[in-house]
Design a protein around this ligand. Structure first.
Ligand code: ITT
Length: 203
């Protein structure tokens, strides 16, 4: 079975990718020894810039292989698109460190406590790189609404607060496969797979 390497420190993302890949007869694996590799500073102004930066950096540690990295986050309309590229560190006390999901969710609820419009979208940009060069990028989005209290135990990050109206469920109430079918990451990964299939004859 074909295998795609993913560079991420976030086990929730890896589960999402596994859910998205399962339907296509592809497996995903973390980049070997990912935890021992030097990190990369995610200081880009956009999801795309950070995704490219991560994919290019980590692909140097797996010569000749296509390595995927994703940069993603939540954009809340009434908050002018925040937390956006800062989603992982929304409640962080230092500029570099990520905050844990509970603290990030608590801050989001605080910021929205006196706001009527709770519409939001998740955005994911996947970059595919080989030997330090980005080959292509793929973007996906999912629109929804932020609840006043968490619901569900699956997923990660802001999933328990993100209601997907068409299903009447939060992303934390979906299985990884169900989430992949409607999520920003699933949409971006689907575009990657279309591109990947086209590359096969050339490789
Ligand atoms: P890597 O950079 O190592 O992949 P990370 O978690 O730091 O891991 P990002 O910098 O891309 O990744 O930050 C993404 C954050 O956006 C993530 O930590 C969540 O807070 C939020 N997020 C992104 N996708 C999400 C999803 O599908 N469900 C819930 N929250 C999500």
């Amino acid at each position: 079975m074909r295998r795609v390497l993913i560079a991420t420190s976030n086990p929730g993302k890896l589960r999402d990718f596994a859910g998205a890949a399962a339907a296509h007869g592809i497996t995903v694996a973390s980049l070997p020894d990912f935890d021992s590799l030097p990190g990369v500073r995610e200081d880009g102004a956009t999801f795309e810039a950070n995704a490219r930066k991560k994919a290019e950096h980590y692909s140097r540690f797996a010569p000749g292989e296509i390595v995927l990295a994703d940069d993603s986050g939540l954009e809340v309309d009434a908050l002018g698109g925040a937390p956006g590229v800062h989603s992982a560190r929304y409640a962080a006390t230092s500029p570099q460190g990520n905050a844990d999901d509970r603290a990030n969710n608590a801050r989001l609820l605080r910021e929205l406590s006196h706001v009527a419009d709770h519409t939001a979208r998740f955005v994911c940009v996947i970059a595919a790189a080989r030997d330090g060069r980005t080959l292509s990028t793929f973007r996906g989005e999912a629109r929804g609404r932020i609840l006043d209290a968490p619901r569900g135990w699956g997923g990660f990050g802001y999933d328990p607060l993100f209601l997907f109206p068409a299903l009447g469920k939060t992303f934390a109430e979906l299985t990884p496969q169900e989430k992949a079918g409607v999520s920003h990451r699933g949409a971006a990964f689907g575009k990657f797979l279309e591109w990947y299939e086209r590359q096969q004859p050339l490789r």
